[in-house]
Write a protein that binds this ligand. Structure first.
Ligand SMILES: Nc1ncnc2c1ncn2[C@@H]1O[C@H](COP(=O)(O)OP(=O)(O)O)[C@@H](O)[C@H]1O
Ligand SMILES: [Mg+2]
Length: 227
């Protein structure tokens, strides 16, 4: 069997807030392969966002190993992590975090421009293709503020895919949407996961949303339980 896309071993995260130190991740093990679509379940406060933030290389674990694409990322230098993140990881958050004064297309193209220091014509073409893919071809030049909640989240998905990441981390991506928009967002993720070599890890406390993923893992007492 080929190496998994990500491999987490004995991951620990402790927050030291003066007297009140709290250990959120307690020796967590997790492997995710290429092309997987995995739900991360757990009640509020169970550590889902903490785990996704570490997997996204936006925060370092207290101890343990985190390998992605065969590289050890726990303890790696900030500069190397930024470069790695921009090339290999996409993010979708509960609140879309779009730039309000930018159009849908400008928001989608932004990661490529940020990565390269400038925007290329090919980036706009890929951005347009991605917006078409998420059903927003006719909203390309709308400012982000003129889009509905569901549409904004579809723009956020297109943006996450811009740099062709191997992994997309989605932190409660449907948490702020009505049932119908949430279902549409899950349809899209399923379709993209089927057609592209992108793995998705989607945190949610909604069993119905989790049931749309091929595999479910659960945060229990700072570790993950499979099945
Ligand atoms: N930066 C931080 N400093 C201190 N405690 C934190 C920090 N971030 C998260 N926590 C704590 O870690 C626990 C897990 O939080 P979180 O990962 O946001 O859970 P979830 O996403 O499952 O709701 C909570 O008890 C929270 O208060
Ligand atoms: Mg959270």
């Amino acid at each position: 069997m080929s190496a998994p896309l990500i491999e987490v071993r004995q991951l620990v995260k402790r927050f030291d807030e003066g007297e009140a130190a709290v250990t959120v991740l307690k020796g967590l093990d997790l492997s995710i392969g290429t092309h997987e679509m995995v739900a991360l379940l757990g009640p509020s406060g169970s550590g889902k966002s903490t785990l996704l933030t570490i997997l996204g290389t936006l925060m370092q674990p207290t101890s343990g190993s985190y390998r992605m694409l065969g590289l050890e990322l726990a303890g790696a230098k900030d500069r190397a992590l930024t470069e790695f993140r921009n090339s290999h990881i996409g993010f979708v958050f509960q609140f879309h975090h779009l730039l309000p004064d930018f159009t849908a297309l400008e928001n989608v193209v932004f990661p490529a421009a940020a990565r390269r220091g400038r925007e290329a014509a090919a980036d706009r073409a890929r951005g347009a293709e991605l917006l078409d893919r998420v059903g927003l071809a006719d909203r390309m030049h709308f400012p982000a503020t003129k889009l509905s909640g569901g549409q904004k989240q579809r723009v956020a998905i297109a943006r996450a895919l811009m740099n062709q990441p191997e992994l997309v981390l989605a932190d409660e991506p449907t948490g702020n949407l009505d049932r119908e928009s949430a279902s549409y967002v899950m349809d899209l993720i399923t379709e993209i996961n089927r057609e592209e070599a992108t793995s998705f890890l989607i945190s949610t406390h909604d069993e119905t949303i989790a049931g749309r993923c091929k595999r479910q893992i659960r945060m229990v007492d700072g570790q993950v339980q499979t099945g």
